[in-house]
Design a protein around this ligand. Structure first.
Ligand SMILES: [Fe+2]
Ligand SMILES: [Fe+2]
Length: 229
């Protein structure tokens, strides 16, 4: 097994240590409920519903892991690790997400801080827990907006990003681009359209292309069998 494959979380099973697993699962469930309540304060016509995005991204992560031939355990751990990736958003002022004007640098900085704010919540609430799942979850919270060429939120290049983080960045970006927003204009946001844009316009500067092609193949298999998600 290569070093990269070793990064996939199949060396622990939270169900085998319920004293830890139950605390972690309760934390994630509660935080998603808080994110849902927080998001409920946004305008009714908001399309990018935070807790629904979280569930879609986690499901796509799980399906990609299974498509890549990873174990059920690794896929399940990755599903749970993705669910809370955006919980830090709920600590920010609600009106920053739905501004129609082009975002200022300050607004961008504020929005981007959801990554570190989420990690702070997790570290504080799970302070008593020392477990590789917690490390994986926080790694994804902190780094899911990084790009391979180092031009993401925190400027970490691809060789400093774990494989789970690199796949999280792909699945997360896809979901964002599948939801139409006013500045998209006539952009093709169909499943093949978004995948093609990710491949040709974004490409290796943004994404780990080997992981991307695994994800794209899984989505196109679904698409060709009739799924429009
Ligand atoms: Fe995010
Ligand atoms: Fe996200």
């Amino acid at each position: 097994m290569s070093a990269e494959e070793n990064q996939w979380p199949d060396n622990f099973d939270l169900r085998e240590t319920p004293e830890i697993g139950e605390v972690i699962h309760a934390f994630i469930t509660e935080e998603l409920e808080k994110l849902k309540i927080y998001g409920g304060q946004r305008p009714k016509d908001s399309k990018y519903i935070f807790h629904e995005h979280a569930e879609r991204v986690a499901q796509n992560m799980k399906k990609t892991c299974l498509h890549m031939g990873l174990s059920d355990l690794a896929a399940e751990n990755m599903y749970w690790a993705l669910l809370p990736h955006d919980i830090g958003k709920r600590t920010l002022p609600i009106d920053i997400w739905d501004k129609v004007e082009k975002p200022s640098d300050e607004l961008k900085r504020q929005r981007r801080s959801h990554t570190t704010l989420g990690a702070e919540i997790a570290r504080e609430k799970l302070a008593a827990i020392d477990h590789p799942f917690k490390d994986l979850m926080i790694d994804i919270m902190l780094n899911h907006h990084e790009e391979m060429d180092g031009s993401g939120y925190q400027g970490l290049p691809g060789d400093q990003l774990s494989a789970p983080v690199r796949l999280a960045a792909i699945v997360e970006a896809y979901d964002g681009w599948r939801i139409w927003r006013p500045h998209y204009g006539k952009r093709d946001i169909s499943i093949p359209g978004v995948l093609e844009r990710m491949r040709t316009e974004k490409g290796p500067d943004f994404f780990d292309m080997e992981l991307f092609e695994s994800f794209a193949e899984m989505k196109m298999n679904e698409y060709n069998s009739g799924s429009k998600k």
